[in-house]
Design a protein around this ligand. Sequence first.
Ligand code: ADP
Ligand code: MG
Length: 314
Amino acid sequence: MIVSMKDVIKRYDGERLALDYLSLDVKAGEVVGLLGPNGAGKTTAISAIVGLLDIDEGIIEVFDKPQNNGNLETRKRIGLVTQEVTVYEDLSAYENLLFFGKLYGLRGERLKSRINTVAKLIGLEGRLHELPKKYSGGMKRRLNIGCALLHEPELIIMDEPTVGIDPQSRNYIIEFVKTLAKETDTAIIYTSHYIEEVEAIADRVYIIDQGHIIAKGTVQSLIESIKGDQRIAIDVKTPNENVLSALEAIDDVVGVRLENKTYHITAAAHADVLDKLLSILATQTIRNVANEQADLEDVFLTLTGKSLRDGEAG
Ligand SMILES: Nc1ncnc2c1ncn2[C@@H]1O[C@H](COP(=O)(O)OP(=O)(O)O)[C@@H](O)[C@H]1O
Ligand SMILES: [Mg+2]
């Protein structure tokens, strides 16, 4: 076990609970997504795992040892990419990598070879002698990630690494995390309030709200757990009300509605109804068919009654 948190409670200044009986586990080689809206407690949970803050109650073990504030041996085996980008703007990218490498005890040839390897991983080879202040937000973020990888940590923690950066760097980081996970045995904790990212990256997801884990599992199992109906929209040239009852009679079809030139069909999750729908509509000219599966947003909505996406502006 890489990380084990059990019933962890954290209060800032004796105020509202930031962590409210939070429990989670991370095993070797897995990418764990921590998904939750702003203020849910993601950064607090991570700070506790790394040993950067004291908790009020509960147990945290990292690498099978109790975690406590200031545990340097454990800290050296973790690569932390904080929510705020922390690079020195007036040192070149190369000097930044040198600095952080030395901080983790790397020296000489080993340090140089790690810098080369990491520069390729983050796609900044050839740009290392520039100052980060001339970089785009996405490049700064990639440098920042590189600084956390030099010492080959067994656990990498990334706290909302794609907030506020261009889509290209965002995709780069997502692909990079997937590759890193596949090619090494590194455990990765990835926090985000972007549903699509967590769905793309995580082997397992914890959904966190108000300091508490409200759901956990693979993306697929979470979606299945809410038994989300699938929604199919079929646009036609000339709709015909007379087929509605035939569509409704199909097994696993829950509801049918005609709106303008679109049939909106609701069917049980994962039921194969499309062939039957299309054969009933065979005499009509079909313009478009859209299938909307439930996603983690629906899971969050079902469990909390709130929308996760509402928090994205904040
Ligand atoms: N240093 C702090 N002092 C007081 N309250 C804090 C502090 N850091 C976070 N909080 C509060 O704790 C809760 C969880 O915050 P945080 O862990 O930053 O959430 P997230 O990272 O999911 O956005 C929020 O209500 C936040 O306002
Ligand atoms: Mg945060």
